[in-house]
Design a binder for this molecule. Structure first.
Ligand SMILES: Cc1cc2nc3c(=O)[nH]c(=O)nc-3n(C[C@H](O)[C@H](O)[C@H](O)COP(=O)(O)OP(=O)(O)OC[C@H]3O[C@@H](n4cnc5c(N)ncnc54)[C@H](O)[C@@H]3O)c2cc1C
Length: 429
């Protein structure tokens, strides 16, 4: 048995602590925020508990399903036929299936066939090692052509990655296309899932399971420093106290690692610091009327600087109101990241009005703005070689965050898998 300290009570940290307890260890979880959940956390939106950042489940999210079954909440999984839209040249089009592609105006038949073939190939391949050193834009242009890239892909990548747009890994994009593309009921019908009650249902069940097995959750307890002696981890400092441990598992975003663990060798710190993240802001609007019938609307339209909007209530219905997430991804150095909430709210609503001109300010019931500085790792070409090993040179110290399961995109299922695997690799003392 080891005394394990887990840093971070997002799903990765909670899954690590849960697994550690199953394996007979002691576990303490330290979380900086007053609430658990991390990126999958909730807030109270005028009586509705909902995610700070939109979350859907795909059919390939097996680690989530296995964990839910163990926690006795498998019956909370819901599957919904969903659709995608595409807003381009002032019009909203149906999107995401072959018929919609063929019906799209303003695109030549040859370009439609190239686009369709590209997506088909992406779905058929089980591995694609050659993509690791290709950039997403070169790869997409090669298969789809420049016109298709500029119309369908560039705005999605540009209004997420900005100055990093030309260096994003093709392997990362392919894995993402595949995960969402494979979540279908049949060839023509996309099907996405949600957990009844939202991600909080999973987070709460994990917290209960940890406490029932004798684990301890310390919320509002940021870890200031990981203590190291003679090359071995000895514990952590938090809440102005020292907590001893035989093993420490850190799940906090890599940009925070060097500050929290000053005893790491400088070449290791440099590796964590070389991993960039972009921030994300979500403007979440509660509306009296729906913007569109689609869960996700991709946007490629001059004057709109966001990749798309997510009408969450087209997946998880909440009464007869509509809840829409308008995400602004960008490096936190971008001036827009410092925009005040009211400016973002106006910008977000004007985007929605362009998609659905019938919307008026009277339709707005409530608005909330959520922000995250480390919202998405920037997975550049050759990223696999940039990821440091999970086991650090400090004995007993493991470090991972959402970029460690590259080429998979950040996601609850992969964080669960990663957290459990980290706990399993702790040896008893
Ligand atoms: C906009 C957005 C949309 C998303 N959509 C989906 C989706 O549709 N489906 C899906 O599966 N996934 C989605 N995700 C991804 C998913 O939320 C994440 O992959 C997952 O929640 C990450 O969990 P984690 O525990 O690995 O990391 P985090 O949730 O980042 O947890 C890390 C925790 O560490 C804490 N921490 C930081 N510093 C310290 C410190 N010094 N001491 C103690 N604690 C500290 C943080 O507060 C945080 O709680 C989305 C994420 C975002 C941002």
């Amino acid at each position: 048995m080891s005394r394990i300290i887990v840093i971070g009570a997002g799903v990765m940290g909670l899954a690590a602590a849960y697994q550690a307890l199953l394996d007979g260890h002691e576990a303490d979880v330290f979380e900086a925020s007053p609430e658990a959940g991390g990126m999958a956390g909730h807030f109270d939106f005028g009586g509705i508990s909902i995610e700070r950042f939109y979350h859907f489940v795909c059919h390939s999210d097996h680690p989530t399903f296995k964990l839910m079954a163990e926690l006795g909440i498998a019956d909370k999984m819901r599957w919904v036929p969903t659709s995608m839209g595409f807003f381009n040249q002032g019009r909203l089009h149906h999107w995401g299936d072959p018929i919609s592609l063929l019906r799209l105006p303003g695109v030549s038949l040859i370009n439609k066939l190239r686009y369709g073939l590209f997506v088909f190939i992406c779905m058929q391949k089980h591995s694609w090692p050659g993509l690791e050193h290709k950039s997403a834009n070169d790869w997409i242009i090669r298969y789809c052509g420049k016109d298709n890239y500029d119309r369908f892909w560039r705005p999605l990548l540009m209004y997420k990655y900005y100055e990093y747009v030309d260096s994003i890994s093709a392997a990362w994009i392919w894995t993402r296309i595949r995960r969402i593309g494979k979540s279908r009921k049949n060839f023509m019908q996309e099907e996405l899932g949600y957990i009844e009650g939202g991600s909080k249902t999973l987070v709460d069940a994990l917290m209960n399971a940890i406490e029932q097995r004798g684990g301890r959750l310390h919320l509002g307890a940021p870890v200031q420093r990981v203590a190291v002696e003679n090359g071995r981890v000895t514990g952590i400092n938090a809440l102005a106290k020292f907590f001893p441990a035989d093993a420490v598992i850190s799940t906090v975003p890599t940009p925070l690692i060097s500050g929290m663990i000053p005893d790491l060798p400088s070449d290791w710190k440099a590796r964590y610091e070389a991993i960039h993240n972009i921030g994300v802001i979500c403007v979440i609007l509660k509306l009296k009327r729906s913007v569109s019938p689609h869960f996700w609307v991709n946007i490629s339209e001059s004057g709109i600087e966001i990749p798309g909007v997510i009408e969450f209530t087209n997946l998880r219905r909440v009464g007869d109101i509509s809840i829409v997430y308008v995400p602004y991804y960008m490096p936190v150095t971008n001036a827009k990241f410092a925009w005040p909430d009211d400016r973002l709210q106006q910008d977000a609503f004007s985007c929605l009005q362009r998609i659905n001109p019938a919307l008026t300010h009277d339709d707005i019931v409530d608005v909330k703005v959520t922000r995250l500085r480390n919202g998405q790792p920037v997975c550049e070409t050759g990223f696999a070689a940039k990821i440091p090993p999970i086991q650090t040179p400090i004995h007993g110290l493991q470090i991972a965050d959402t970029c460690f399961y590259y080429p998979e995109d950040r996601g609850i299922a992969e964080s669960v898998r990663m957290g459990r695997n980290m706990a399993r690799s702790v040896k008893g003392t």
